[in-house]
Ligand binder design. Sequence first.
Ligand code: PRP
Length: 213
Amino acid sequence: MKVADGKMLNIALPKGRLGEKVYGMLEKAGYSCPEVLGDSRKLIFESPETGVRYFWVKPSDVAIYVERGAADLGIAGKDLLLEYRPDVYELCDLHTGKCRMAVASVKGFRDDPGRTLRVATKFSHIARDYYAGKGREIDVIHLNGSIEIAPILGLSDVIVDIVETGTTLRENDLEVIEEIMPISARLITNKASYKFKNGEIRALAEALGRKEV
Ligand code: PRP
């Protein structure tokens, strides 16, 4: 049975390993779509039979598509939701893409509470909130990647970053000093989609919940 175009679910998948894993979960839950995992350069895939249209976007752009209604649903890491604070609803924790947000530095680093702490990070909001909660004054140095280099070269005292396997820290002689929070992937939607495609969205979220791996 084909689904009418107005009721098709537009789903923004984050390019990369997490998106591929979540697509696998969606496929098992009954929302398959031919060629999504093929190695073409195509970005949009449609399956009228299962009522879904998938598109691959940069992980940090998923919430923008959902917030502005270009996507009904998306998969985004809790780290990006906390950092960019998009106006979206979190439907469920997908219990995948698990990692930790943590403070790290060179081995043996000792914080001097008398001095402003220099914090290098891609996650400025998360870092500010975390240290504000501790009443600690910080100087945020916003970087876009390879954050681990900052304390090694003396650009910062510590970093606030994602730790998944811990390999990047280990191979650069850094260590976790404090854990800020656990992170995992979330299924998100927007207010209008949730209202007008409520049945379809809830059915998908429930099917996905049952197929969690
Ligand atoms: C992320 C994060 C760490 C690394 C952690 O980097 O910023 O550098 O992964 O993973 P691990 O604990 O398994 O080593 P990403 O690959 O996103 O690159 P970038 O931050 O340099 O852009």
